[in-house]
Ligand binder design. Structure first.
Ligand code: SAH
Ligand code: SF4
Length: 355
């Protein structure tokens, strides 16, 4: 018996390296990954362009993991929430969002989140653990398998549970697999990572991969942001925006700034003016997310009029500004509402299947 390694935790480069230790030529990595990610095969025995000996050798040493949704809930607005149970019994959720002619999948990068933002339900339970690259990739594979036309899933956003830059290595490996030619082949124009603002990691990200960056700004001055997002005490707004200015943006792309609008906290026209001024040196677009209430929340969503006034100030300053009425509110799949049943005490069956 060998200790099996999960091939879905390996990028193309690391699989080439792994095979190289046994004298297997690098071309085999291309073949193996194409079987897994292009044809959706879950066993080495089906990889008919490999010799029988090599197939047996690989089956002994490598596993091909998968996740199966434990529960799928459909929202009235067309979005769907997938609940996955991981090998250790923890849960994560992904949300599939319908857009004009295609789907966007919002994936989780951690179980829980350690950033402690005051308005976010996911953050309430703290961080339970990081996800492995395979656990991120398998959310996408499972949802794609569930779609009538797998090619209609074109966009991935890291906006589910967790702070992706706090699980840096796994998230970068997952992005390499998501956008890789031998991987899931998503266009890097259609993959977006959202962060609360881990400044040194934003610099690393720009160096290591090409993805779209979204920043959860949520306030236009440090006092307010300190109250809402503890991370701001370590990396205040000016440091965060400097990192955004340094971020290598391909031509015609912009950084998205997300701004959760909370009544009486950050939703005054003066806040919008300050925001417009702050973002002036950047290629920026703005997503306004009216606060999604949940049981026990200490904040309120602003009235519609205040939301529209806030938007108008930004539009008048020539920012593309979209009000994102988040999807899936009726199934608790809206932004910041993801909080899989982390502590329901049911041991349950492991659903990460290897083999
Ligand atoms: N941790 C990363 C990725 C998660 S994205 C980040 O924070 O960017 C989750 C998005 O939902 C963030 O933009 C966050 O500001 C927003 N959000 C969190 N709680 C919310 C709530 N209750 N209502 C509306 N948006 C919320
Ligand atoms: Fe974590 Fe993002 Fe929620 Fe903040 S908003 S607690 S960083 S998931």
């Amino acid at each position: 018996m060998f200790v099996q390694q999960d091939v879905k935790n390996l990028t193309h480069e690391s699989l080439v390296h792994w095979l190289g230790q046994y004298g297997v030529v690098s071309y085999r990595a291309d073949q193996i990954l194409k079987w897994i990610y292009h044809r959706g095969v879950y066993s080495f025995s089906e990889m008919t362009d490999l010799s029988k000996d090599l197939r047996r050798f690989l089956s002994d040493r490598l596993a091909i993991s998968r996740l199966e949704p434990e529960q799928v809930q459909s929202s009235m607005d067309g979005s769907k929430k997938y609940l996955f149970r991981l090998e250790d019994g923890q849960n994560v959720e992904s949300v599939l969002i319908p857009e004009r002619g295609h789907w966007t999948l919002c994936v989780s990068s951690q179980v829980g989140c350690g950033m402690g933002c005051k308005f976010c339900l996911t953050g309430r339970g703290g961080l339970v653990r990081n996800l492995e690259p395979s656990e991120i990739i398998n959310q996408i594979c499972a949802v794609r398998d569930d779609l009538e036309d797998p090619r209609s899933l074109t966009n991935i956003v890291f906006m589910g549970m967790g702070e992706p830059l706090a699980n840096y290595n796994s998230v970068v490996q997952a992005i390499q697999i998501i956008t890789g030619n031998n991987g899931l082949q998503f266009s890097n124009r259609r993959v977006t990572l959202s962060t609360a603002g881990l400044v040194p990691r934003i610099d690393d990200l720009g160096r290591d991969v090409t993805v779209n960056l979204a920043v959860s700004l949520n306030a236009a001055d440090d006092d307010t942001r300190n109250k809402l997002m503890p991370i701001n005490r370590t990396y205040p707004i000016e440091m965060l925006l400097s990192a955004c200015r340094r971020f290598p943006l391909p031509s015609r792309r912009m950084i998205t700034f997300e701004y959760v609008l909370i009544a009486g906290m950050n939703d005054a026209p003066g806040d919008a003016m300050r925001l417009a001024r702050l973002l002036r040196p950047l290629r920026a677009k703005i997503n306004l997310i009216p606060f999604n209430p949940y049981e026990g929340a200490e904040f309120k969503r602003p009235e519609e009029g205040a939301i529209l006034t806030f938007q108008k100030v930004l539009l008048d300053h020539h920012y593309t500004t979209i009000i994102r009425h988040s999807k899936g509110g009726d199934i608790c799949a809206a932004c910041g509402q993801l909080r899989a049943r982390m502590s329901n005490g049911e041991p349950g069956e492991a659903k990460q299947i290897t083999g």
